[in-house]
Design a protein around this ligand. Structure first.
Ligand SMILES: [Zn+2]
Length: 453
């Protein structure tokens, strides 16, 4: 990238070097779900960091090594969080170029991990290199970097790791692993993540299926599940579980202002997916997407679903649900509320089975100084007003960073809406990688100077 403004850094060489790192990283098939090449990739990342003056410690994780790196010195400390593992490349036949060969086509770079999360990692490392070079070979702030290899399998080691290594990780702000650039070229910053709790409700009324004539005298498990599900939400999408909203924290003035400035109202999403039943449009759209807790019915099972009719009274059925939670909702408390609610309605026989690990919500207020520093750096690097989303609608392991370290986390990165993360033909836009390096330089130097905005 050649910058027309002579006062701005020329980062061309660092960008090229960063793209070579990205190519090497993509070539390492670090699929955590299949345990492929995880120690090798951790070792490669270690060498990259050591070459930039980092001290790197590798700790055993449940699935893959957890790396903690540190370099630089100054009054401010920045923590960076990334991951070196990727999702499986299947289905391979749908890739237009080999998944583990970084391939450029029409201004985009394709490959597994190009975006999530190796592109982020490589662009940040390029920024660190540039800042070192611009400061005579030393980093003018302390950078701590936590890089795990288990993010794509739910970060099973992270919560405990953060608690046990809190002293090594303390910082004034945490640059979270992802972020994006919208179709209008505006950087999108996320100040938090929703929590998530996945459960299965199960109901059984007999040891085996029965003739449906017996429905006159024996209850139906799918009917009972339907009643349970119907009691959890109203037609407007508001969760009706008693006590559910008690811990929901009201948004601050700064959060409300940020939400009001987010462009659009989801029309692109509705068009892309041919949505026929939106629950919120207009100003309510971003407010709910950012700050409203949700219950989703993910799927049903039980009884006969084949062709024509079968007059059966099924013995059992199940329904899968996820709850997307917001601050300060606690998954364990919501689970207790759900049990009490089902019992209160005479649905004691509807069993609740917890699926995978819960994640707690976490976010930081839009008025926090580290948020202001990130927003200012994004303005500077992208030449466009950043879009500030108080929370992503999605979830992730941010909670221990907020709760244990007390550090403000901001997601700012190089993803794009057509980035096909987790899918075939994952990609980044080359120009976004360049802007990502520029953002990293702007953020690090801003923090080193001690100016937040
Ligand atoms: Zn991912």
């Amino acid at each position: 990238m050649t910058s027309p403004d002579p006062t701005r850094p020329n980062l061309a060489a660092h960008i090229e070097r960063g793209l070579r790192d990205l190519r090497d990283l993509v070539a390492l098939q670090s699929v955590s779900a299949q345990g492929r090449h995880l120690p090798e990739t951790a070792a490669f990342v270690t060498r990259l960091l050591e070459a930039e003056g980092f001290t790197v410690r590798a700790y055993p994780g449940e699935v893959a090594p957890v790396l903690v790196a540190e370099a630089g010195e100054g009054p401010r400390t920045l923590l960076i969080y990334n991951h070196y593992d990727v999702q499986p490349e299947d289905p391979v036949a749908l890739w237009e170029s080999p998944p583990f060969e970084l391939t450029e086509r029409d201004g985009r770079l394709y490959g597994r991990g190009a975006s999530d999360d190796k592109g982020e990692l490589a662009s940040r490392l390029a920024a660190v290199r540039a800042v070192r070079e611009r400061n005579g070979g030393r980093l003018p702030l302390r950078v701590r970097w936590l890089i795990e290899g288990e993010e794509e399998v739910g970060s099973p080691s992270l919560e405990r790791f953060v608690a046990e290594h809190a002293e090594e990780l303390r910082a004034d702000g945490c640059w979270w692993e992802f972020g994006s650039i919208d179709p209008g070229g505006r950087p999108v910053l996320f100040l938090g993540l929703k929590g998530v709790m996945c459960v299965e409700l199960r109901c059984r009324v007999a040891a085996s299926d029965l003739h449906s004539s017996l429905g006159a005298v024996i209850d139906n498990p799918l009917y009972r599940l339907a009643r349970a599900v119907a009691s959890l939400r109203d037609d407007g999408g508001r969760v009706t579980l008693p006590g559910f909203h008690d811990d929901v924290r009201e948004p601050s003035e700064a959060d409300r202002t940020a939400i009001a400035r987010i462009p659009g109202d989801g029309q692109a999403v509705r068009d892309t997916y041919g949505v026929t039943r939106p629950l919120a449009t207009g100003p309510a759209y971003h407010k709910r997407l950012n700050l409203a807790p949700v219950v989703n019915v993910n799927g049903w099972g039980g009884g006969y679903g084949g062709e024509g009719s079968k007059t059966v009274l099924p013995a059992h059925g199940f329904v899968k649900l996820d709850f997307r939670l917001v601050q300060e909702q606690d998954p364990a408390r919501v689970l207790g509320l759900l049990r009490a609610h089902l019992d209160a309605q005479g649905l004691e026989d509807v069993e609740i089975v917890e699926l995978e690990a819960h994640q707690q919500p976490a976010r930081v207020d839009a008025a926090h100084p580290f948020v202001r520093a990130c927003v200012a750096a994004a303005w500077e690097a992208h030449g466009a007003e950043p879009v500030v989303q108080p929370s992503s609608g999605g979830s992730g392991p941010m909670h221990p960073f907020r709760e244990v370290l007390g550090v403000a986390c901001v997601a700012a990165g190089i993803g794009n809406v057509g980035g096909r993360v987790h899918a075939p033909n994952e990609n980044i836009v080359r120009e976004h990688f360049e802007k990502g390096v520029a953002f990293g330089v702007a953020l690090l130097e801003r923090l080193a100077r001690g100016s937040s905005s």
